[in-house]
Design a protein around this ligand. Structure first.
Ligand code: SAM
Length: 305
Protein backbone atom coordinates (compact mmCIF):
# COMPACT_ATOMS: atom_id res chain seq x y z
CA UNK A 1 0.00 0.00 0.00
CA UNK A 2 2.95 2.32 0.82
CA UNK A 3 4.15 2.01 -2.74
CA UNK A 4 0.84 3.02 -4.32
CA UNK A 5 0.38 5.89 -1.92
CA UNK A 6 3.83 7.36 -2.68
CA UNK A 7 3.59 6.79 -6.41
CA UNK A 8 0.28 8.61 -6.46
CA UNK A 9 1.62 11.71 -4.72
CA UNK A 10 5.24 11.96 -5.85
CA UNK A 11 5.34 13.84 -9.16
CA UNK A 12 7.39 12.57 -12.11
CA UNK A 13 10.59 14.61 -12.06
CA UNK A 14 12.59 15.06 -15.25
CA UNK A 15 16.15 16.41 -15.11
CA UNK A 16 17.23 18.18 -18.28
CA UNK A 17 20.65 16.87 -19.31
CA UNK A 18 22.59 20.05 -20.06
CA UNK A 19 25.38 18.01 -21.68
CA UNK A 20 23.01 17.43 -24.60
CA UNK A 21 20.39 20.16 -24.57
CA UNK A 22 18.95 22.99 -22.47
CA UNK A 23 15.74 23.64 -20.52
CA UNK A 24 14.18 25.93 -23.18
CA UNK A 25 14.63 23.40 -25.99
CA UNK A 26 13.15 20.58 -23.90
CA UNK A 27 10.14 22.75 -22.99
CA UNK A 28 9.61 23.63 -26.69
CA UNK A 29 9.87 20.00 -27.72
CA UNK A 30 7.36 18.92 -25.08
CA UNK A 31 4.92 21.67 -26.05
CA UNK A 32 5.01 20.47 -29.65
CA UNK A 33 4.38 17.01 -28.24
CA UNK A 34 1.08 18.06 -26.65
CA UNK A 35 2.23 19.05 -23.13
CA UNK A 36 1.34 22.44 -21.59
CA UNK A 37 4.02 24.37 -19.71
CA UNK A 38 2.68 26.30 -16.71
CA UNK A 39 5.89 28.30 -16.02
CA UNK A 40 8.03 28.23 -12.90
CA UNK A 41 6.49 26.91 -9.67
CA UNK A 42 6.42 29.36 -6.79
CA UNK A 43 5.07 27.07 -4.04
CA UNK A 44 5.09 23.35 -3.34
CA UNK A 45 1.33 23.43 -3.79
CA UNK A 46 1.86 24.13 -7.52
CA UNK A 47 3.57 20.74 -7.81
CA UNK A 48 0.84 18.95 -5.90
CA UNK A 49 -1.86 20.25 -8.19
CA UNK A 50 -0.43 19.06 -11.54
CA UNK A 51 -2.68 16.93 -13.68
CA UNK A 52 -3.16 15.73 -17.25
CA UNK A 53 -0.47 16.89 -19.68
CA UNK A 54 0.54 19.94 -17.64
CA UNK A 55 4.07 20.47 -16.40
CA UNK A 56 5.96 23.10 -14.43
CA UNK A 57 9.51 24.23 -13.61
CA UNK A 58 10.64 23.08 -10.15
CA UNK A 59 10.86 25.68 -7.38
CA UNK A 60 14.27 24.61 -6.03
CA UNK A 61 16.29 23.06 -8.85
CA UNK A 62 16.73 24.97 -12.12
CA UNK A 63 17.13 22.01 -14.48
CA UNK A 64 14.16 20.07 -13.18
CA UNK A 65 10.75 19.85 -14.84
CA UNK A 66 7.80 18.42 -12.94
CA UNK A 67 4.93 16.32 -14.32
CA UNK A 68 1.92 14.61 -12.71
CA UNK A 69 2.64 11.35 -10.82
CA UNK A 70 3.02 8.27 -13.02
CA UNK A 71 3.74 10.20 -16.25
CA UNK A 72 5.77 7.68 -18.24
CA UNK A 73 8.70 8.86 -20.36
CA UNK A 74 10.56 5.57 -20.78
CA UNK A 75 9.71 5.28 -24.47
CA UNK A 76 9.91 9.02 -25.16
CA UNK A 77 12.49 10.29 -27.66
CA UNK A 78 13.98 12.78 -25.18
CA UNK A 79 14.67 9.96 -22.72
CA UNK A 80 15.96 7.49 -25.30
CA UNK A 81 18.32 10.15 -26.67
CA UNK A 82 19.67 11.05 -23.23
CA UNK A 83 18.29 14.60 -23.33
CA UNK A 84 16.31 14.01 -20.16
CA UNK A 85 17.12 11.87 -17.12
CA UNK A 86 14.31 10.36 -15.05
CA UNK A 87 15.49 11.11 -11.53
CA UNK A 88 13.59 11.87 -8.34
CA UNK A 89 14.01 15.43 -7.12
CA UNK A 90 15.58 14.33 -3.82
CA UNK A 91 18.21 12.36 -5.70
CA UNK A 92 19.11 15.51 -7.68
CA UNK A 93 19.98 17.36 -4.47
CA UNK A 94 23.43 15.85 -3.77
CA UNK A 95 25.16 16.89 -7.02
CA UNK A 96 23.30 20.18 -7.12
CA UNK A 97 24.41 21.08 -3.58
CA UNK A 98 27.99 19.87 -4.08
CA UNK A 99 28.11 22.18 -7.15
CA UNK A 100 31.62 21.36 -8.45
CA UNK A 101 32.81 24.06 -10.87
CA UNK A 102 33.90 23.13 -14.44
CA UNK A 103 37.48 21.84 -14.39
CA UNK A 104 37.28 20.44 -10.85
CA UNK A 105 38.36 16.95 -9.83
CA UNK A 106 35.43 15.09 -8.28
CA UNK A 107 35.11 11.64 -6.73
CA UNK A 108 31.86 9.65 -6.67
CA UNK A 109 32.53 6.90 -4.13
CA UNK A 110 29.53 4.56 -4.59
CA UNK A 111 28.41 5.57 -8.03
CA UNK A 112 26.33 2.94 -9.86
CA UNK A 113 23.91 3.09 -11.61
CA UNK A 114 25.19 6.63 -12.06
CA UNK A 115 22.39 9.16 -12.19
CA UNK A 116 24.24 11.36 -9.73
CA UNK A 117 27.48 10.81 -11.64
CA UNK A 118 25.88 12.05 -14.86
CA UNK A 119 24.47 15.02 -12.95
CA UNK A 120 27.97 15.84 -11.63
CA UNK A 121 29.36 15.59 -15.20
CA UNK A 122 26.67 18.01 -16.39
CA UNK A 123 27.66 20.51 -13.68
CA UNK A 124 31.30 20.11 -14.73
CA UNK A 125 30.30 20.57 -18.37
CA UNK A 126 32.48 17.47 -18.95
CA UNK A 127 35.49 19.63 -17.98
CA UNK A 128 37.67 18.26 -15.23
CA UNK A 129 37.82 14.74 -13.90
CA UNK A 130 35.18 12.50 -12.41
CA UNK A 131 36.51 9.42 -10.60
CA UNK A 132 33.64 6.99 -10.05
CA UNK A 133 33.80 3.74 -8.07
CA UNK A 134 31.43 0.87 -7.47
CA UNK A 135 31.98 -2.53 -5.98
CA UNK A 136 29.49 -4.27 -8.26
CA UNK A 137 30.76 -4.85 -11.83
CA UNK A 138 27.25 -5.53 -13.17
CA UNK A 139 25.91 -2.25 -11.84
CA UNK A 140 29.01 -0.54 -13.21
CA UNK A 141 28.30 -1.99 -16.68
CA UNK A 142 24.75 -0.57 -16.55
CA UNK A 143 26.31 2.69 -15.53
CA UNK A 144 28.64 2.78 -18.56
CA UNK A 145 25.62 2.51 -20.86
CA UNK A 146 23.78 5.23 -18.97
CA UNK A 147 26.77 7.59 -19.08
CA UNK A 148 27.29 6.97 -22.78
CA UNK A 149 23.66 7.84 -23.52
CA UNK A 150 24.00 10.97 -21.37
CA UNK A 151 27.09 12.13 -23.29
CA UNK A 152 29.41 11.97 -20.27
CA UNK A 153 33.10 11.97 -21.23
CA UNK A 154 35.04 13.17 -18.16
CA UNK A 155 34.63 9.97 -16.12
CA UNK A 156 37.11 7.35 -15.02
CA UNK A 157 35.18 4.30 -13.79
CA UNK A 158 36.60 1.56 -11.60
CA UNK A 159 35.03 -1.62 -10.23
CA UNK A 160 36.64 -1.16 -6.85
CA UNK A 161 35.90 -1.10 -3.14
CA UNK A 162 35.98 2.59 -2.24
CA UNK A 163 37.39 1.70 1.18
CA UNK A 164 40.46 0.31 -0.58
CA UNK A 165 41.08 3.37 -2.76
CA UNK A 166 44.30 5.02 -1.53
CA UNK A 167 43.58 8.69 -0.69
CA UNK A 168 47.29 9.45 -0.91
CA UNK A 169 47.63 8.22 -4.50
CA UNK A 170 48.89 11.30 -6.42
CA UNK A 171 46.17 10.58 -8.98
CA UNK A 172 43.60 11.89 -6.49
CA UNK A 173 45.75 14.79 -5.33
CA UNK A 174 43.41 17.38 -6.83
CA UNK A 175 40.12 15.84 -5.65
CA UNK A 176 38.31 18.70 -3.91
CA UNK A 177 34.70 17.49 -4.20
CA UNK A 178 33.39 14.13 -3.09
CA UNK A 179 29.96 12.56 -3.31
CA UNK A 180 29.24 9.71 -0.93
CA UNK A 181 25.93 7.94 -1.60
CA UNK A 182 26.62 4.55 0.01
CA UNK A 183 24.42 1.45 0.15
CA UNK A 184 21.65 1.97 2.68
CA UNK A 185 18.46 0.28 3.86
CA UNK A 186 16.50 2.05 1.11
CA UNK A 187 13.68 2.65 3.59
CA UNK A 188 12.86 5.94 1.87
CA UNK A 189 12.08 4.26 -1.43
CA UNK A 190 8.36 3.65 -1.71
CA UNK A 191 8.62 0.12 -3.12
CA UNK A 192 10.67 -1.26 -0.22
CA UNK A 193 8.31 -0.30 2.55
CA UNK A 194 6.27 -3.45 2.38
CA UNK A 195 9.21 -5.74 3.27
CA UNK A 196 8.80 -7.07 6.78
CA UNK A 197 11.60 -8.64 8.78
CA UNK A 198 11.93 -9.44 12.47
CA UNK A 199 12.83 -6.31 14.49
CA UNK A 200 16.07 -7.88 15.80
CA UNK A 201 17.17 -8.73 12.29
CA UNK A 202 16.27 -5.26 11.05
CA UNK A 203 18.29 -3.77 13.91
CA UNK A 204 21.34 -5.90 13.07
CA UNK A 205 21.06 -4.91 9.42
CA UNK A 206 20.84 -1.21 10.24
CA UNK A 207 23.83 -1.46 12.57
CA UNK A 208 25.90 -3.15 9.86
CA UNK A 209 24.88 -0.53 7.28
CA UNK A 210 25.57 2.37 9.65
CA UNK A 211 29.01 0.89 10.41
CA UNK A 212 29.80 0.66 6.69
CA UNK A 213 28.51 4.19 6.05
CA UNK A 214 30.66 5.62 8.85
CA UNK A 215 33.76 3.81 7.56
CA UNK A 216 33.11 5.27 4.09
CA UNK A 217 32.66 8.75 5.51
CA UNK A 218 35.89 8.56 7.56
CA UNK A 219 37.74 7.25 4.52
CA UNK A 220 36.36 10.03 2.30
CA UNK A 221 37.66 12.72 4.65
CA UNK A 222 41.21 11.39 4.20
CA UNK A 223 41.55 12.77 0.65
CA UNK A 224 44.19 15.46 1.14
CA UNK A 225 42.72 18.24 -1.04
CA UNK A 226 39.08 17.64 -0.11
CA UNK A 227 37.07 20.83 0.37
CA UNK A 228 33.46 19.68 0.23
CA UNK A 229 31.71 16.39 0.73
CA UNK A 230 28.05 15.50 0.29
CA UNK A 231 26.74 12.48 2.18
CA UNK A 232 23.34 11.16 1.10
CA UNK A 233 21.09 8.13 1.59
CA UNK A 234 17.60 7.10 0.54
CA UNK A 235 17.00 5.96 4.11
CA UNK A 236 14.61 7.45 6.66
CA UNK A 237 16.47 5.98 9.67
CA UNK A 238 18.38 8.46 11.85
CA UNK A 239 20.84 5.62 12.48
CA UNK A 240 22.03 5.78 8.84
CA UNK A 241 21.76 9.56 8.58
CA UNK A 242 22.16 12.06 11.43
CA UNK A 243 23.85 9.48 13.68
CA UNK A 244 26.50 8.63 11.06
CA UNK A 245 27.22 12.29 10.41
CA UNK A 246 27.35 13.10 14.09
CA UNK A 247 29.70 10.23 14.88
CA UNK A 248 32.00 11.46 12.12
CA UNK A 249 31.89 15.06 13.34
CA UNK A 250 32.80 13.91 16.82
CA UNK A 251 36.11 12.74 15.35
CA UNK A 252 36.62 15.35 12.63
CA UNK A 253 34.67 18.38 13.87
CA UNK A 254 37.88 20.34 14.32
CA UNK A 255 38.60 20.16 10.57
CA UNK A 256 35.12 19.94 9.02
CA UNK A 257 31.84 21.75 9.60
CA UNK A 258 28.29 21.13 8.42
CA UNK A 259 27.07 23.56 5.76
CA UNK A 260 23.52 24.88 6.25
CA UNK A 261 21.65 23.73 3.11
CA UNK A 262 18.77 25.37 1.18
CA UNK A 263 17.10 27.64 3.77
CA UNK A 264 13.80 27.43 1.86
CA UNK A 265 13.65 23.61 2.21
CA UNK A 266 11.14 22.86 4.95
CA UNK A 267 12.07 19.33 6.03
CA UNK A 268 15.32 19.49 8.03
CA UNK A 269 17.69 16.97 9.59
CA UNK A 270 16.70 15.84 13.08
CA UNK A 271 17.90 18.16 15.86
CA UNK A 272 20.59 19.28 16.32
CA UNK A 273 21.55 18.68 12.66
CA UNK A 274 19.11 21.16 11.16
CA UNK A 275 21.78 22.15 8.60
CA UNK A 276 20.99 18.86 6.81
CA UNK A 277 17.98 18.10 4.63
CA UNK A 278 15.41 15.38 4.82
CA UNK A 279 12.85 14.58 2.17
CA UNK A 280 9.61 12.57 2.10
CA UNK A 281 6.47 12.08 0.01
CA UNK A 282 4.29 13.97 2.49
CA UNK A 283 6.55 16.99 3.19
CA UNK A 284 8.59 17.56 0.03
CA UNK A 285 6.73 15.48 -2.61
CA UNK A 286 9.77 13.27 -3.18
CA UNK A 287 10.93 9.87 -2.02
CA UNK A 288 12.48 9.62 1.45
CA UNK A 289 16.03 10.97 1.45
CA UNK A 290 18.77 12.58 3.59
CA UNK A 291 21.56 14.97 2.58
CA UNK A 292 24.43 16.45 4.59
CA UNK A 293 27.28 18.59 3.32
CA UNK A 294 30.63 18.87 5.10
CA UNK A 295 33.12 21.59 4.32
CA UNK A 296 36.74 21.77 5.39
CA UNK A 297 37.34 24.61 7.84
CA UNK A 298 39.71 27.36 6.74
CA UNK A 299 43.14 27.74 8.38
CA UNK A 300 42.77 29.11 11.89
CA UNK A 301 38.97 28.86 11.76
CA UNK A 302 37.68 28.13 15.24
CA UNK A 303 35.31 25.26 15.86
CA UNK A 304 31.89 26.69 16.69
CA UNK A 305 29.56 25.17 19.31
N1 SAM B 1 24.92 7.06 -6.44
C1 SAM B 1 24.18 6.07 -7.21
C2 SAM B 1 23.25 6.77 -8.17
O1 SAM B 1 22.88 7.92 -7.94
O2 SAM B 1 22.88 6.17 -9.19
C3 SAM B 1 23.46 5.09 -6.32
C4 SAM B 1 24.40 4.37 -5.37
S1 SAM B 1 23.67 3.05 -4.44
C5 SAM B 1 22.79 3.90 -3.21
C6 SAM B 1 25.04 2.42 -3.57
C7 SAM B 1 26.08 1.73 -4.41
O3 SAM B 1 27.23 1.47 -3.60
C8 SAM B 1 25.67 0.38 -4.98
O4 SAM B 1 25.74 0.42 -6.38
C9 SAM B 1 26.71 -0.61 -4.42
O5 SAM B 1 27.12 -1.58 -5.36
C10 SAM B 1 27.86 0.31 -4.09
N2 SAM B 1 28.80 -0.14 -3.06
C11 SAM B 1 28.56 -0.88 -1.95
N3 SAM B 1 29.68 -1.05 -1.24
C12 SAM B 1 30.68 -0.40 -1.89
C13 SAM B 1 32.07 -0.20 -1.65
N4 SAM B 1 32.67 -0.73 -0.57
N5 SAM B 1 32.78 0.52 -2.55
C14 SAM B 1 32.18 1.05 -3.64
N6 SAM B 1 30.87 0.90 -3.92
C15 SAM B 1 30.12 0.18 -3.05
Amino acid sequence: AGRDAAEDVVPRYVRVNTLKTNVEDVIDYLKRDGFSYLGQASRLEDLRRLSGKNFIGDLHLPELLVFPPRTDFHSHFLYQAGHIILQDKASCLPACLLQPPPGAHVLDACAAPGNKTSHLAALLGNKGKLFAFDLDPKRLATMSTLLLRAGVTCQELAAQDFLKVDPDDPKYGRVEYLLLDPSCSGSGMAGRRGERVAPEEEERRLQALAGFQLRCLRHALRFPSLRRLVYSTCSTHAQENEEVVQACLQEHGASYRLVPLLPSWQERGHAPLSQCLRASPSETLTHGFFVAMLERRGPGEEQEE
